[in-house]
Design a protein around this ligand. Structure first.
Ligand SMILES: [Zn+2]
Length: 243
């Protein structure tokens, strides 16, 4: 059954049986089950990530259904982490899915990060991103960061422990103002689908060891222009968080 389920990944020499075993052994924490989290979670559940934890303290709202594809009208008012977990279990009963209906905060950060191999965030607050960045640095865990608003979005991979790699705070100072909030500025629905899918793809590549990794680089998708660009990122030697 597992071979049939994963037939299309097994056919890829870059994944194959070995890669599929790595995916089944992986423990991935996804923070944010919103527009970005939905495609990330759906593709990771489909890929057979053995342990998938969803951390989100919000409830499903009508205005989410424009782009948050895991939810239906029946889910309105329900905690997103629980509704998403139910949906993912229905998609793949071979994997363990845990819903954590709490905000990622100082209280649960260390425990959540420590018990996973890869952290992926698709939240929409800079302060929250900095908290996740610090927790991943402290726990020495790779962080895939995805963000989107209006017609654009970005995906970057931060790997603590690699000397030349930047952290999130190297790019965005902890004192920075909020920029590009979906609730304030709007977002075209398919933007989060594209950007979340780019993040899910980089997660599968990272877990299977498929080159080239998204090292010291950011993918920028612009759906107005119809482009995806890869730009190089630099570590800030004076970064107060990782420097
Ligand atoms: Zn830094």
């Amino acid at each position: 059954m597992a071979d049939l389920r994963h037939k299309h990944h097994l056919l890829l020499p870059e994944i194959g049986g070995q890669g599929q075993k790595k995916l089944a052994a992986a423990k991935v924490l996804v923070i944010g089950a919103g527009g970005l989290g939905c495609p990330i979670l759906a593709y990771l559940a489909g890929a057979g990530i053995g342990t998938l934890t969803i951390c989100d303290g919000d409830r499903v709202e009508l205005s989410n259904l424009q782009r948050q594809t895991l939810y239906t009208e029946d889910d309105i008012g329900k905690p997103k982490a629980e509704a998403a977990a139910l949906r993912l279990r229905a998609m793949n009963s071979d994997i363990a899915v845990r819903g954590c209906s709490e905000m990622f905060s100082f209280r649960n950060a260390d425990e959540l990060v420590e018990s996973h191999d890869l952290i992926i965030e698709g939240i929409d607050r800079i302060a929250g991103r900095h908290l996740i960045n610090r927790a991943c640095l402290a726990g020495n865990k790779p962080l895939l960061s995805a963000a989107a608003s209006r017609f654009e979005g970005q995906v970057a991979l931060f790997r603590p422990g690699s000397e030349d790699d930047p952290c999130y705070a190297c790019l965005v100072p902890e004192t920075a103002e909020e920029d590009g909030l979906c609730d304030r500025d709007g977002v075209m629905g398919p933007v989060v689908g594209v950007v979340g899918s780019l993040a899910a793809g980089e997660a599968v590549k990272l877990l299977c060891g498929i080159d080239p990794p998204l090292t010291r680089a950011m993918l920028i998708a612009d759906l107005k222009q119809g482009t995806v660009r890869r730009v190089t990122l630099q570590k800030d030697p004076a970064c107060p968080v990782c420097g």
